[in-house]
Ligand binder design. Sequence first.
Ligand SMILES: Cc1cc2nc3c(=O)[nH]c(=O)nc-3n(C[C@H](O)[C@H](O)[C@H](O)COP(=O)(O)O)c2cc1C
Length: 258
Amino acid sequence: MNQVIDVLLKRRSVRAYEEKEISADIREEILKATLRAPTAGNMMLYSIVDVTDQKIKDRLAITCDDQPFIARAPMVWLFVADYQRWFDYFLASGVEEVCQQKQVPIRKPEEGDLFLACCDALIAAQNAVIAAESFGVGSCYIGDIMEQYEIHKELFDLPRYTFPICLLVFGYPTPEQLHRPYTKRFDKKFILFENQYHRLDPQELKEMFAEHESQMAKGQGREDIANFGQAMYFRKFDAEFSVEMSRSVRLILREWIS
Ligand SMILES: Cc1cc2nc3c(=O)[nH]c(=O)nc-3n(C[C@H](O)[C@H](O)[C@H](O)COP(=O)(O)O)c2cc1C
């Protein structure tokens, strides 16, 4: 097996870290690999905020759905989907005046631009994850950065055409983290389709979740919840964090689109 595949297959999320700094050289290599990620139109529609201030890490550990390990990570990077830089550049380049001359309204960043910038930011983030992993540095995504928009906007001084799409925390894994069993993935037949999307029928859904269902039956179940689907609905989908995330994202969308 080649080394890249090896790194990809052995990666897992790391949430507990050794008290060991990540050297400046390794940080630089991770950054170099991050910035080489594919990017729409070669525009680099993202920014990275290297969070070095312990007070900000402490705050994020609370605002990102109370996840204390964020504060203990030696390296914390915020990935921001960013159209502000390009739109500012368009304005600085006299686009407004040209539009006036042509008597056409100036177009501002819209939904498609936001999604493209999110793609860019996330693809760069994943390069960072894999580059770090190749140095033995573990990482974990923090999706909860999309919550509490008002707080994060102020904390990072985010302008209108930006979107804090993910936070990555990095650190050397503790021995326990290295020996944690791998999380399982669903069988590829439920994920990979040929030529057309295939909507799973009830029988296929039963098959897809059979292992999870049987694990729950073996003692993970709760009395008020009958099956894995119900458990996940309340734990992930109709959870407080999830409702807050949607509220927060709606706010950001309004900023971009109004
Ligand atoms: C978009 C995204 C958001 C995530 N947010 C969190 C998070 O807030 N907290 C956390 O502990 N893990 C988070 N994770 C990590 C997942 O829980 C983890 O990838 C998943 O359970 C599979 O485990 P593995 O990465 O060890 O294979 C996130 C992962 C992704 C891709």
